[in-house]
Design a protein. Structure first.
Length: 64
């Protein structure tokens, strides 16, 4: 079962500093899980999973 109050596309977009259309594109592409109840709702745990999958590793500095 999902935890937390679901977020709207607009709330997710604001949090990630992207457009609402970008969030919708991620949902349509299956990259970000959402429920469709006439509008998309995203559970915080699904958003965290999405962010973790998109996380990049830090590159090590090269020694001179």
């Amino acid at each position: 079962m999902q935890q937390g109050e679901p977020l709207t596309v607009e709330e997710v977009a604001k949090q990630l500093r992207v457009s609402s259309e970008t969030v919708r594109a991620w949902i349509r592409a299956g990259e970000l899980e959402a429920i469709d109840v006439g509008k998309y709702l995203i559970y915080p745990s699904d958003l965290e999973d999405f962010k973790e999958r998109r996380r990049t590793g830090r590159k090590r500095k090269r020694d001179s």
